[in-house]
Design a binder for this molecule. Structure first.
Ligand code: SF4
Length: 349
């Protein structure tokens, strides 16, 4: 299979030019057309010779994603359903905030982590995305925002898949997004979320970036966490928390813990007290409370408003900073994996 245009770093483009008898700066020109001018074909790269454009077109795949559906929520959230070259489908979401546009990207086709509250894992893992397939989600989002002269101001790697199980592609994507000659998105405006793949947390700490890390914790003890997230049997809480402590001590950066509240499962006062005592041992921790979306195939119900606020109060009383995530795109099934699951169902009919 040919490489995608978005698979290559600037240095790889420069090398490709040299290997093909061209001057290295031509690589920079291609990079500029892709990420600054954001064209959709080699033909539009008017400062390259016709011969070079033809050679590029013969060796690279430009069309990485095909939009098969787009849903627009009343609150401005846009959800794309994209088809990949092999006909698999993935989701990408643009969320409007008062501070700008944030895009949530997918890193795998499906997921093998098996969190019981998540629609993305229902069909298991099909395959990892290539770097260019992750990058193209941002380029497509930016192309849509170009029409209103807006920009992608932040990225959350929280869509379908476990990014640390597709580690190298995710890291390449992050380097491409933050490249100063490309989209130049600030590292501090990017968050990678993991279900708790402990060796990868240590590896990520060594990358020494300013990129934010979020850990999906969702339960304050091993018994409950293993029920909700089978990954906890592989990497139990004590190991996960050691890795988190190492990360905050080494990086000096705040660490966010995602906690999806599920009615009657993990949302009671005793869970909040237990979570506070666990997180007290991690400096700079912050909890993001997420009222869980209803997933048809699962039986979870939403936590009541009173219980959400009570949970937050208990954490804060214990000096753990906690925020409640604003729900977005509720009217367009924007929760992770829901559109893809529907698409898979209808294409099987
Ligand atoms: S929540 Fe994330 S890690 Fe867990 S199954 Fe869903 S996509 Fe995978």
């Amino acid at each position: 299979m040919k490489p995608f245009v978005y698979d290559y770093s600037l240095e790889e483009w420069q090398q490709w030019m040299k290997d093909n008898g061209e001057q290295a700066f031509r690589g920079g020109q291609v990079f500029d057309w892709l990420y600054v001018k954001r064209v959709s074909s080699f033909e539009e790269m008017s400062n390259l010779s016709k011969g070079l454009r033809e050679k590029l077109a013969a060796q690279f795949e430009f069309v990485t994603l095909r939009e098969i559906d787009r849903y627009q929520s009343k609150d401005g959230t846009v959800k794309f359903l994209f088809e990949l070259q092999d006909k698999n489908a993935i989701e990408t979401v643009i969320m409007k905030h008062n501070y700008g546009n944030s895009v949530c990207v997918t890193t795998q086709v499906g997921c093998r982590i098996g969190c019981t509250f998540c629609a993305s894992t229902l069909g298991g893992l099909k395959r990892d995305l290539r770097p260019g397939e992750i990058v193209a989600q941002i380029v497509k989002s930016q192309q849509l925002l170009d029409a209103t002269e807006e920009r992608v101001s932040s990225i959350v790697v929280m869509g379908i898949g476990e990014p640390f199980e597709n580690y190298e592609a995710t890291m390449k994507f992050l380097r491409l997004m933050t490249h100063e000659k490309g989209l130049n998105i600030g590292q501090r405006h990017i968050t990678v979320s993991t279900s708790g793949i402990v060796p990868a947390i240590y590896k990520f700490t060594e990358e020494d970036t300013q990129i934010n890390l979020a850990i999906s914790i969702h339960a304050p003890n091993d018994t409950l966490r293993s029920k909700l997230m089978p990954v906890n049997r592989r990497y139990p809480l004590a190991d996960l928390l050691d890795a988190c402590r190492h990360y905050t001590e080494k990086s000096g950066r705040r660490l966010t813990f995602e906690y999806a509240l599920m009615g009657g499962v993990n949302d009671k006062a005793e869970h909040a007290e237990e979570l506070a005592s666990v997180l007290k041992t991690i400096p700079l921790s912050h909890v993001n409370l997420i009222p869980v979306n209803f997933v048809q195939e699962r039986n979870y119900v939403r936590t009541t408003r009173d219980d959400i606020f009570n949970f937050q109060r208990i954490l804060e009383r214990n000096k753990i900073n906690a925020t409640i995530r604003r729900e977005q795109g509720g009217d367009i099934a924007a929760a992770c994996g829901q559109l893809r699951a529907k698409h898979m169902e209808s294409s099987q009919r």
